[in-house]
Write a protein that binds this ligand. Structure first.
Ligand code: HAM
Length: 458
């Protein structure tokens, strides 16, 4: 019989706990996103982590790996009982068939339709988001089942300047995080639109059937379901065959060719280096025209894509809205961290500095003084630490070092009687008296000066 304490639970496979440096990195990445994207007119938005399953099935495409194999379904216990009793998920109303979001675009577009983000005659709406996404993938380095994306979406215009601006903004974002353009590879392609894509798909279907004998089983099946997915196949034999397949950029209609040329011209003008890659089709079905993907060149293993996106001019209509062009991208937080680590960049940085308030004894008047000093400092906005374990002064100093204290306020009986405390600079060990009635303001001023960027080698 089981006895004693239960084993502590472990996190589910392919998920990560964010704390300490990784949590600071996530906070920092969102701050950088807010600053960089804000300059381009993108405002933050947040949509639910789950949506009706159909939002993803219609949005991403029934034949995509994400929908076919990787969706996490969300179901309440009551609904599960109904499904079991009545024989299948189909017995549930569509509004009760839910899934955790595998990406952010389909849910964003659902929200944009529901709340009319782009009213008739309005110019574009530009939004960005950050949050966890869920895909039931085979777990490996850089491939998780719960990962974090930061994404940006723009609805309302098919102007190619927007495609170029979106890509430039993305490269600005990487640079602001510490990933220079030279450490990255930007691949670009155009997938055409509803005017030219059907004929191109047929061309690729014909090519797949011609090379049936050299392709994996799945790619042969793709000839019927979704021929362009064969470009995405990880099988080396298939990749070799597909490198000779007809390229979409060579089969664009006049409008799409002109659109693609304008996107490239704008990127050239901004000095953004890119490689045209005719095999780039992306893993989701909503894309039209411009598609792009960014890879980090070192340290990544097989999961090198740190971001990707493109245009989706048909998606709003597909999800039941008025025809509205759109485009966007998303980046993977965990993969960017791997890329940064390979370059020796620690995005999370050190724990933030603080002021430590130490007590030379444990008399009630000293404890009162420590309590009051901490209260005043924290209300001045200074990160303040103190002891709660009745430690000796020596071990409080050790604690202060561990807590990255830049300054230590020492409260002792004699000083207290004189209406003072001692302020100790933790780097130089220099000590100066400070009047208790001016303590918070004075310490906050000294702390701000010490910890300002550029001080002490920061
Ligand atoms: P995606 O290429 O599927 O695009 O994902 C974007 C990024 O999320 C990838 O480049 C990668 O860095 C990260 N990522 C994807 N799957 C995983 C995973 N299993 N583990 C860790 N990181 C992962 C999209 O999701 C589209 N919604 C992008 C978009 C927005 N297109 C238009 N608008």
């Amino acid at each position: 019989m089981a006895s004693g304490k239960p084993n502590p639970a472990r996190k589910p496979e392919g998920t990560e706990d964010l704390y300490g440096a990784s949590m600071r990195a996530w906070v920092r990445m969102r701050e950088v996103a807010g600053r960089v994207f804000g300059a381009w007119g993108y405002d933050p938005v947040e949509t639910p982590a789950m949506e009706q399953l159909d939002v993803f099935v219609h949005g991403l495409g029934q034949a995509t790996d994400v929908v076919r194999k990787e969706m996490f379904r969300a179901i309440t216990s009551t609904n599960l009982a109904t499904v079991i009793a009545e024989g299948g998920e189909g017995t549930l109303k569509a509004s009760r068939r839910l899934a955790l979001r595998p990406e952010g675009t389909a849910g964003f577009v659902r929200a944009a339709i529901e709340h009319t983000f782009v009213p008739q005659g309005a110019s574009c709406v530009k939004s960005w988001y950050a949050g966890p996404m869920f895909r039931g993938e085979r777990v490996q380095k850089g491939r998780l089942r719960q990962f974090h994306q930061i994404g940006a979406e723009c609805l309302g215009s098919d102007d190619p300047a927007l495609d170029a601006e979106l890509i430039i903004m993305l490269m600005d974002f990487y640079r602001a995080l510490g990933l220079p353009e030279g450490a990255l590879r930007l691949r670009l392609n155009s997938m055409g639109d509803s005017a030219c894509r059907p004929a191109y798909r047929e061309l690729v279907r014909g090519f797949l059937l011609e090379h049936k004998g050299e392709l994996c089983e799945e790619c042969v099946a793709r000839a019927d379901t979704n021929p362009l997915r064969a470009f995405d196949c990880k099988n080396e034999g298939c990749q070799r065959v597909m490198s000779a397949a007809p390229a979409s950029a060579d089969h664009l209609c006049g409008d799409c060719a002109e659109h693609y040329a304008k996107v490239k011209a704008r990127l050239d003008e901004a000095g953004i280096a890119y490689e045209e890659d005719p095999t780039l089709v992306r893993g989701l079905d909503y894309y039209t025209r411009t598609v792009f993907e960014v890879e980090a060149l070192t340290g990544m293993g097989s999961q090198a894509a740190i971001g990707g996106g493109g245009r989706y001019d048909g998606l709003v209509e597909l999800e039941g809205g008025k025809p509205t062009p759109g485009l966007g991208f998303a980046v993977g937080f965990e993969r960017i961290l791997i890329a940064l680590e390979a370059l020796g960049v620690e995005l999370g940085g050190e724990e933030p500095p603080c002021v430590y308030v130490a007590s030379a004894g444990h008399e009630p008047e000293l404890e009162n003084a420590v309590f009051r000093a901490c209260l005043a400092l924290r209300r001045e906005g200074v990160r303040t630490e103190r002891d709660y374990q009745n430690r000796s002064l020596k071990s409080q100093f050790k604690q202060a070092d561990k807590a990255h204290a830049a300054l230590c306020v020492v409260v002792g009986s004699d000083e207290l009687a004189a209406g003072e405390a001692t302020l100790r600079d933790m780097a130089t060990h220099e000590q100066t008296p400070v009047a208790l009635d001016a303590l918070a303001r004075e310490v906050a001023r000294r702390f701000a000066a010490l910890t300002a960027p550029g001080e002490r080698g920061e």
